[in-house]
Design a protein around this ligand. Structure first.
Ligand code: PLP
Length: 469
């Protein structure tokens, strides 16, 4: 039996059984299972009754239940257009991977791989073998290992080398990074005692020397990723600290945070000490992220002296922090790109975005602006505007990169609410669009937009209801 040909008398609800026998409910049962469909139908009928709505036919109830189940089956984590101007946006998943990395990850998902298998001997291999040589080649390190993320890398290094002893760090470097990553708490969890030296603005070599005692295990230097201390300041350089560490016979660990393998000056940015330079300056171990400036998947690298890496690898915590085959494949493919510096800008999206010429961004903004519907133009003042992008994820926090975008302004003086409603409507698009509101405008920075045609057709679906000023 399908649906109801005879119109139902008002206020008569079809029974759950009747609804379940409708064609539409049948499709729902096939796709989502009987139990889920029954729950959806019951909830729907209950909602109609509670809100005293006029009942519809069994077929229509079935259709509504199907639509509800389908909406619930959509992925909760959705792809979005990141037009915030923040290239590495932590809340939007940081780096976008290179095509080579994506293909490698897909292959690793689809097939068995030699994750811990040595094809030469046919025996058990080591997970780290896939990356060690590459990382050492690219950084000049003696040895390397990789874990879940940089936070894990730091926790592991501290626990493996400084457990039950003291770790010396400058007060000016006691960072907090988003998501409750606070250095003093990480040290506590790693069971090492934080020995702060210097003051917030000034730390001298003699402070480190004076703090050294028989309980000292290591010196730690942390990249102040998301802030800058300006004015009357003094920090001890990696090289100076390496000399002190050497004299004390103790290792120097540098947490570089983002950690770059290449010189950012070629993109017109300030110089950011590379991993290689940090090792050359005398660091014994360097830790850095996989999904910040490196442009790969989430991961944490630990590179440096072999005896220390071996000690780290023997720590049982390492097992709890290892990366899986999918990320291993993506990381290996990403690092392969770095072997030929000419390919970096073309292949690694982070650097492609970073080096995109301003005129190119501006003409994209003009093309996209021209394609915006007249209906939306009636509601907002829309124009191409200059704006500033940033790298994000604590990489060069003060560097602003000239960019171009589309500004939406309210025609009324106090149009803040209207802009908020527009921002919400854009987040509601089939592919949500995330911009940023600043100085009374909603700005969509075009730097990271590559799929212009996809963006334009997606944008034609903006729901205009309630957007009037
Ligand atoms: C970002 C950052 C971390 C944390 O790295 P994740 O890869 O996000 O775990 C640690 N230290 C510094 C200095 C950072 O900038």
């Amino acid at each position: 039996m399908t649906g109801t040909a005879v119109p139902l008398p008002r206020n008569r609800f079809p029974s759950v059984g009747e609804i379940l026998e409708s064609a539409s409910a049948g499709t729902a049962i096939e796709r989502f299972g009987r139990q889920a469909t029954v729950s959806a139908v019951r909830a729907l009928v209950l909602e109609f009754k509670e809100r005293q709505m006029t009942p519809c036919s069994a077929l229509e109830f079935g259709e509504k239940a199907f639509a509800k189940l389908e909406a619930g089956a959509n992925p909760h984590m959705k792809p979005v257009f990141n037009l915030t101007g923040v290239i590495l946006h932590t809340n939007l998943g940081r780096a976008i991977l290179a095509e080579e990395a994506i293909s490698a990850a897909i292959k690793a998902m689809r097939m068995a791989v030699t994750l811990e298998f040595d094809l030469g001997t046919g025996e058990r291999g080591e997970r780290d073998d896939h990356l060690r040589d590459l990382v050492c080649e690219l950084t000049g390190a003696e040895d390397a290992t990789v874990v879940n993320n940089n936070a894990a890398a730091l926790l592991l290094v501290l626990n493996a080398i400084a457990r039950g002893k003291e770790s010396v760090v400058s007060r000016g470097e006691l960072i907090e990074i988003g998501g409750a990553f606070r250095l003093p708490e990480i040290m506590n969890k790693a069971s090492t005692k934080l020995k702060e030296v210097g003051t917030t603005n000034r730390t001298h070599s003699k402070d480190y020397v004076a703090a050294t005692n028989p309980r000292t295990a290591l010196f730690l230097k942390v990249h102040t990723s998301n802030y800058v201390i300006k004015g009357f300041t003094r920090q001890v350089s990696t090289h100076e600290l390496a000399v002190i560490a050497k004299q004390a016979g103790l290792p120097l660990v540098c947490d570089l945070g983002s950690g770059t393998l290449i010189d950012l000056e070629r993109f017109g940015l300030a110089h950011e000490t590379t991993v290689t330079e940090t090792l050359k300056a005398g660091a014994d171990l360097v830790t850095f992220s996989g999904d910040k400036l490196l442009g790969g998947p989430q991961a944490g690298f630990i590179v440096g002296r072999r005896s220390l890496i071996e000690k780290i690898n023997r720590n049982p915590m390492k097992r709890a922090m290892r990366i899986d085959k999918i990320r291993m494949a993506a990381l290996e493919a990403t690092l392969q790109i770095y072997r030929n510096p000419n390919r970096i800008v073309g292949q690694i999206p982070t650097y492609r975005f970073l080096s995109r010429p301003l005129d190119n961004i501006r003409t994209a903004a003009e093309r996209v602006t021209a394609a915006i519907s007249p209906a939306l133009r009636q509601l907002f003042k829309i124009e191409v505007t200059g704006c500033e992008s940033e790298i994000g994820s604590g990489s060069l926090p003060l560097e602003k990169i000239s960019s171009a975008g589309i500004a939406f302004r309210s025609p009324t003086k106090r149009g803040g609410k209207q802009l908020q409603r527009l921002a919400a409507a854009l987040r509601n698009l089939p592919v949500p669009v995330v911009g940023r509101i600043c100085s009374n405008a909603l700005v969509l920075d075009m730097r990271c937009l590559e799929d212009e045609a996809g963006f334009i057709s997606n944008f034609s679906h903006v729901d205009l209801t309630g957007l009037e000023s």
